[in-house]
Ligand binder design. Sequence first.
Ligand SMILES: [Zn+2]
Length: 312
Amino acid sequence: MSNDHTPVDVRLPKGVRCAIALTYDTDMAGGYAPDGICHGRTMPALQEYIMRLCGTAEQFGVRLQFFQIGNGLVLPDVVEHVRQVLQRGHAVDSHTYSHLPLITKEVAQLGEELALTNQLFEEKLGWKSTVLRGPGGYQNGLDGLPENQRVILKNGFKWVSGRFNGNLLGRRGATSTEGPALEPPYAYPTGLIEFPIQAATDRTWFDTLRCVSPEAWTQWRKECGHKPIPKGWRAPWTDKDALDDWIRYNQAVADFAYERRLACCLCWHPYSHYVHDPDNRALPAFLAHCAAKTEKVWVCTMRDLVEMCVSQ
Ligand SMILES: [Zn+2]
């Protein structure tokens, strides 16, 4: 751990053996876009898929955490969609206005983006975002960037989740399941608290680690990206066992957190699951796995998770 990090105590509620925040970044990802640009104007097919995820979670009594790119909240149908997600009891927080990395040198622009997104959340949704998900993921989080930390704090965020240590990915098939211990939450010198992403994301898993044909991916993205997926279609760039292994991988991360009594943050994307798990197998399998444990695994929101963090 860097000298600039102050450890954070995580206090699990009584009776909870481990807590897992299942977070979804709702991006219309550049990796699935014909023009390669990531934005927040969620297409109707993806809105439907997100509603399906909400339905699955509700069957297990679980509230999901979503992170929304602010520039989607200029479209009435996206506003209505996010409003429904909130009404159903799930949490939605800021993912910046234009998917701007939090480690940007354009600190003034970062401040403007955060303020504008806060304003849209308030005006369109009557909702205040309290946790910020950093777009893209950063090996060293916001280490050495006190100005960036300050502008985030100034815009009302005490917590950020943007650090993603690529060392967790390892070789193919050897991706670490020990992220909840290797990448603990910490406070920066400014007092801002970082809760890192602690396991491989679905984007990395399906589109990088298990990609068998980058050419097929590029071709699909250019010709079919951002269009509804036909029934029975399978992503031709990803190996055929990737979904089963993804399910097992996340269950193994949960097992590790359970064993060690830890709090854990996972980062998934509805769009990646829409593309690679169109029948929605991963979420029910994960929630059933957690629900079957002897002691309580609290699958919670990021808001719930950060409330457990106490600076030392
Ligand atoms: Zn994102």
